[in-house]
Design a protein around this ligand. Structure first.
Ligand SMILES: Nc1nc2c(ncn2[C@@H]2O[C@H](COP(=O)(O)OP(=O)(O)OP(=O)(O)O)[C@@H](O)[C@H]2O)c(=O)[nH]1
Length: 345
């Protein structure tokens, strides 16, 4: 077997906040059928919610020992400190994984992560099988990632190095540019005409021919998602980034903080309140856990924009503090005090 065939394949799951990356990872795991798949979960917020949800999902293979959490920052900025040691530790296991899934934070730029696969410590041992970029179809349709043409024109007149007035557009395009496969997710919330429009819009933002597949709940066959054989680390030039030419980028356009989640009379009342706050303050993402009086189960709450879902994910453990916590992520400048007060009130 050649050296490259012996490398462990890794799939990078990219996509903006709340697009459905964790949901897709869960689907992959439900089809693993005993294949040893390790998961690295990266989050922008300081609470490891996704890893916790995966570990509680009950799917064989999602046990905590197969999940490594890299919380509190974007994987693209902590490559040397966090990502490379994590990869080395996984590959050094007595039974190394047969495949590695890397779920990046919704704000992570994929390219610095792909580049990291060329570091000597891992280059001979692992390869990027493919970058799968999950797209929140309804969010694109609502214009979340669109520029305001007048604002762009004004900015360009002032400074020709600026491409976008909307930092979301930049992250979104970087994530699309790096893709080997695009999953147009949340198709259940779109009609055929909207799906067709989105396919055209996404294709226009892709630098090369890449398949776009529509999905609900990220439910795609494992054979579609894994085994792409892209070796993306050898193909960096085909994946343009807004940050090419500089190793520096920052995420200071975005902000994240944690607030206590109040106890609520009912899941519906809690979610209605959070959705109102999210809409009022233009919050991009909320996720966390709540305790309901008298309920033995923990309530997981997820908001993408003002669209919310909730479910009881697992019983509170004996002796576990039932402290509800909520991560709030938005563009920088969020009024933290007002949001915290509105949620507490
Ligand atoms: N209606 C609908 N909701 C979906 C679909 N896929 C995921 N969701 C919901 O969207 C929310 C976010 O999904 P996640 O899988 O947590 O998204 P993510 O990309 O991992 O989020 P971050 O890690 O915070 O960036 C959850 O409430 C999901 O249940 C879908 O196809 N349709």
């Amino acid at each position: 077997m050649s050296q490259s065939l012996a490398k462990v394949p890794a799939t990078i799951v990219s996509g903006f906040l709340g697009a459905g990356k964790t949901t897709l990872v869960r689907h992959v795991m439900s089809q693993a059928r005993g294949r040893r798949i390790a998961i690295i979960v990266n989050e922008f917020g300081s609470l490891g919610i996704d890893g916790d949800l995966l570990a509680a999902c009950g799917i064989p293979g999602c046990e905590a020992e197969n999940i490594v959490e890299l919380a509190n920052g974007c994987i693209c900025c902590t490559v040397a400190d966090d990502f490379l040691p994590t990869m080395a530790a996984l590959l050094d296991r007595a039974e190394p994984p047969e495949h590695i899934l890397i779920e990046t934070s919704g704000l992570a730029l994929p390219k610095p992560l792909i580049k990291a696969f060329n570091w000597p410590s891992i280059r001979s041992r692992v390869t990027v099988d493919g970058v799968v970029t999950v797209v929140d179809g309804p969010a694109v349709a609502e214009g979340r990632f669109a520029d305001d043409p007048e604002a762009v024109a004004a900015q360009r007149a002032a400074d020709d190095s600026l491409d976008h007035d909307n930092p979301l557009a930049e992250v979104f395009e970087d994530q699309l540019s790096a893709a080997d496969l695009v999953v147009l997710n949340k198709a259940d919330l779109l009609d055929e005409a909207a799906l067709a429009r989105l396919r055209t819009e996404i294709a226009a933002r892709l630098p090369r021919a890449v398949k776009v597949v529509a999905a609900r709940e990220g439910a795609l066959d494992i054979a579609v998602l894994l085994g792409l054989g892209a070796a993306a680390e050898d193909d960096l030039a085909a994946r343009p980034s807004h940050h090419d030419g500089s190793d520096d980028h920052e995420h200071d356009d975005f902000d994240s903080f944690v607030v206590p989640m109040p106890e609520a009379a009912s899941p519906e009342a809690l979610v209605a309140k959070l959705a109102e706050v999210a809409a009022r303050f233009d919050v991009l993402r909320m996720k966390g856990f709540a305790s309901l009086p008298g309920k033995p189960m923990r309530l997981a709450v997820q908001g993408v924009g003002a669209r919310f879902r909730h479910h009881f994910d697992r019983p509170w453990a004996a002796g576990e503090a039932r402290d509800g916590r909520l991560v709030v992520i938005g563009q920088s400048g969020l009024d933290k005090a007002a949001i915290a007060a509105a949620i507490a009130g």
